[in-house]
Design a protein around this ligand. Structure first.
Ligand code: PRP
Ligand code: URA
Length: 211
């Protein structure tokens, strides 16, 4: 498993405002979108491309075009939805599939309540979006889903991660092509499975509490 933790003052600045409990939902949503675009730049470093030639007004120029099949972007609902616009702005030709997952706040086990993905993901590069990698249960379930359908490699973009969750995913995906791109690697999980210092409940901060 490859792990990339962003190291850029602009990303840390935006994350600091995101963490602040006084930041409103509209600002939180705008910053999430901006952060994803910055992280997606790194996450797509190994996107598959073909060499192409175009004609400029002056001469022929060799360049690159994203290969087919097109990359699949998979936001994990609900909070991952807040990251989708930022990602498709950077990769507008990507296709989008959806996974709805919710973590039981007592057992910390995820349940999948919605799935809208292509049946066959053979040869697909997949990009999973979820702001929080806490115990890693939700992300691991998503990764297993995608490999189970034939995906060749999975890159996850998360705003914040906990060391416990990263270790769990590394252990469970040994031998698979998995990359995790994080805005920051935080200190730990607390006794109720929240990232410390974290930013609280990402879904609630994006969209308000559903109870
Ligand atoms: C949050 C978050 C991740 C998950 C992380 O979602 O967006 O999906 O928890 O926790 P884990 O690493 O321990 O699995 P939540 O279940 O709160 O659902 P929501 O997006 O609808 O708020
Ligand atoms: N889910 C969140 O939204 N925040 C956390 O800190 C952990 C899980």
């Amino acid at each position: 498993m490859r792990v990339h933790v962003a190291d850029h003052p602009l990303i840390t600045h935006k994350l600091t405002v995101l963490r602040d409990e006084t930041t409103s939902s509209p600002v939180f949503r705008a910053l999430t979108e901006e952060l994803v675009t910055l992280l997606a730049y790194e996450a797509t470093r190994n996107v598959r491309v073909d060499t192409v030639t175009v004609r400029t007004p002056v001469a022929e120029a060799k360049g690159l075009a994203i290969s087919k099949p097109r990359p699949l972007v998979v936001p994990i609902l609900r909070a991952g939805l807040g990251m989708l616009e930022g990602m498709v702005k950077l990769v507008p030709t990507a296709e989008v599939g959806f996974l709805g997952m919710v973590r039981n706040e007592e057992t910390l086990q995820p349940t999948t309540y919605a799935e809208r993905l292509p049946e066959d993901l053979s040869d697909r590069q997949c990009f999973v979006l979820d702001p929080m990698l806490a115990t890693g249960g939700s992300l691991l379930a998503a990764i297993n889903y995608l490999f189970g359908r034939g995906a060749v490699d999975v890159t996850a973009i998360c705003l914040l991660g906990a060391p416990e969750g990263l270790a769990a995913i590394e252990k469970a995906t040994e031998g698979r092509d998995v990359t995790i791109v994080l805005g920051a690697l935080d200190e730990k999980l607390n006794e109720v499975g929240y990232i410390v210092p974290g930013l609280g409940d990402a879904g609630d901060r994006l969209y308000g509490t559903v109870g």
